[in-house]
Design a protein around this ligand. Structure first.
Ligand code: F6R
Length: 615
């Protein structure tokens, strides 16, 4: 959570920082600040609210200079106030520091610092770091880059927790120092200029040559070069990577919101998840990144899928997909539970962690816990440079392209597509014949076009959204693989429109949920033509008998739903195990249009941020 951008070079730092902050706003957006060195001193500007507020503050009170650090905050410790916004300063007021992460032992450190005469101006854990570094630097006999780096090292050795940080000091005016542990930090290499950011999207407009820092690394950036060392004082090897995507791919294009753009990108993102992974000759899927032979895969007798939020819902849908194609038992675990639960895992259990960002703290901790127990743990990630992608023992990339909208959309359908590929691969090693494999491949190849056809329902769904937007609550219901889709539909709606909504297996209705049915509370049933269609119809009747409005997602050609439901959205027909990839799309669009209708900030919903890098 939180975003950092820093610049050192010969140009004006401010436009680079402000542009980068706007691109990182999805990581946190409750307050923001910059510290700019103008050659003589460091100027601080902070404001509560969006980056636009900070821009106004700077317009009133201009700053310029060719060295600067900046931050957009998602509050963890301390309320959303100007005092708690970063950058924070040390006792001398000459050191400025921005931080992403959580310092767990900050209270003890703060008490000790107060005893030593330090005065605090915020409630944040971050301010402790600024004071620790400043104190160590003030003890140093020289005031140069090496002593500032050493001061940072001394400070970091005292803290417990996670950090991505960036520091400037008015006494060593030609350097920016950064460090990471648990919170991403990437160096951008330019010509006589360097950048530091939490995410490449902040700097890709300026350079595509980057170095992803590892945990416990410290970087000293100057206009003409950089040096990477470790917290323990050793030199560090690094690799320069090329960012594959351009600045354009992180723009909204002609769409009013990232979320809508990303929903409409799904024909391509699903195609990209499949690309090069379907093998007609062997009638199977090829997933080389798993780093496992067919013999290894043959011995897997249980799969555990771990994730948070939307990724967890994808895992639940993946359970149905893998079990129906490969007949291997699958269990799903919230990463936050898995990491502390001590779940029994035997030798032939394969663990997958699922994460769009690859940086979610709980999912990363689950990966490490599973590996600590000696389990082969694979990742399903979108961000190829992420910590999870790097630390897992192999896995499958989503190739969905950058997802900026805080509400996950295209990453969800990419995750489902990958589970379908896994199901095919594992099924073909077991009971699926060559012919059955070919049939599944043929269906999967049609998916991108079916996704495109489903998106044509956008206008119809916008009209339905208008009709129901002012409802106080929604229920989402589905059976079998559509139950996770009901959960995902409810999550999408509540996170961007703040309407209370929940998802249930349709049959659970009569076990309590039915008490919520009123004329004002619409129910959304995901009821494609499948083996449980008639069962869903019975549940819909139960709602209608109590005068509850019903919106149904059905299959093209169906006429039964229209007879009993208030509104019907018909999606293309496809095999039942692939239907969730289509049925979630109307729910994404419905929540999007309802949120727009209510005037909500779709891409930056309140209290949320993409990539939850704190526990
Ligand atoms: C919901 C949403 C979150 C994320 C969750 C996991 O729209 O975006 O629930 O799905 O925070 O994030 P990743 O997949 O990055 O681990």
């Amino acid at each position: 959570m939180c975003g950092i951008v820093a610049y050192i070079g010969h140009s004006n730092a401010l436009p680079v920082l402000m542009d980068g902050l706007r691109r990182l706003e999805y990581r946190g957006y409750d307050s923001a600040g910059v510290a700019i060195f103008d050659g003589g001193q460091i100027h601080l500007r902070k404001s509560v609210g969006r980056i636009a507020n900070l821009a106004e503050e700077i317009e009133r009170n201009p700053v310029s200079g060719s060295i600067g650090i900046s931050h957009t905050r998602w509050a963890t410790h301390g309320a959303v106030t100007r005092e708690n916004a970063h950058p924070h300063t040390d006792k001398s007021g000459r050191l400025h520091l921005v931080h992403n992460g959580v310092i767990e032992n900050y209270q003890i450190l703060r008490d000790q610092l107060i005893e030593r005469g330090h005065v605090f101006h915020s409630q944040t854990d971050t301010e402790v770091l600024a004071h620790l570094v400043g104190e160590a630097f003030d003890r140093a006999t020289s005031r140069n880059v090496a002593s500032l780096v050493e001061a940072l090292r001394q400070a970091l050795r005292q803290v417990v927790g996670t950090y991505g940080i960036s520091v400037v000091h008015a006494d060593v005016a030609d350097v920016i120092i950064g460090a990471r542990r648990g919170s991403p930090l990437v160096l951008g290499i330019g010509k006589n200029e360097h950048f530091l950011a939490s995410d490449v999207s902040a700097i890709v407009a300026y350079t595509r040559d980057v170095v992803y820092l590892n945990d416990y690394e410290i970087i000293a950036l100057q206009a003409e070069g950089f040096e990477i060392t470790t917290v323990s004082g050793n030199g560090a090897d690094y690799q320069v990577s090329k960012v594959e995507y351009s600045a354009d791919s992180v723009d909204k294009g002609h769409y009013p919101h990232y979320m809508l753009k990303e929903i409409h990108e799904q024909p391509n993102s699903v195609r990209d998840a499949l690309r090069g992974r379907l093998c007609l000759e062997e009638a199977t899927a090829k997933l080389g990144g798993l780093n496992m032979s067919n013999a290894d895969l043959r011995s897997v007798d249980r799969i555990v899928l771990v994730g948070c939020g939307t990724a967890f819902h994808a895992a639940l849908a993946g359970e149905y997909l893998i079990e129906s194609l490969a007949h291997i038992p699958v269990e799903c675990e919230f990463a936050s539970e898995f990491r502390y639960r001590n779940i029994p895992l035997d030798r032939d259990t394969l663990v997958f962690v699922v994460s769009q960002s690859g940086e979610t703290a709980d999912t990363l901790a689950a990966l490490r816990e599973s590996q600590r127990k000696g389990h082969r743990t694979l990742g399903i990630c979108n961000n190829v440079a992420s910590t999870i992608a790097r630390e897992s023992d192999g896995g499958v990339y989503m190739h969905a392209g950058p997802e900026i909208g805080v509400a996950a959309t295209k990453s969800f359908t990419s995750q489902l597509t990958i589970f379908a590929l896994l199901g095919l691969l594992l099924g073909r090693i077991r009971h699926l014949s060559h012919g059955e494999g070919l049939e599944i491949i043929a269906s999967m190849e049609k998916l991108p076009d079916l996704v495109a056809r489903t998106l044509l329902l956008d206008a119809q769904i916008a009209a339905i959204a208008k009709k129901y937007a002012h409802s106080k609550s929604f229920l989402f219901m589905g059976r079998q693989a559509q139950f996770p889709i009901a959960l995902e539909g409810a999550l999408k709606l509540k996170e961007i429109s703040y309407i209370s909504s929940s998802g249930y297996p349709s049959a659970e209705l009569k076990h309590g949920v039915i008490a919520l049915i009123t004329e004002e509370a619409p129910s959304i049933f995901i009821a494609p033509r499948d083996a449980v269609f008639e069962k869903n119809i019975s549940n819909i009747e139960e709602v209608k008998a109590r005068k509850g409005p019903v919106i149904a997602i059905g299959t093209e050609g169906d006429t039964a739903l229209a007879k009993i439901c208030d509104d019907v959205i018909l999606i293309p027909d496809c095999p039942h195990y692939l239907t969730p990839i289509l049925s979630v799309i109307p729910l994404q669009l419905l929540s999007y249009h309802i949120a727009v209708e209510l005037g909500c900030d779709v891409d930056k919903p309140r209290n949320l941020a993409k990539s939850v890098t704190v526990e």
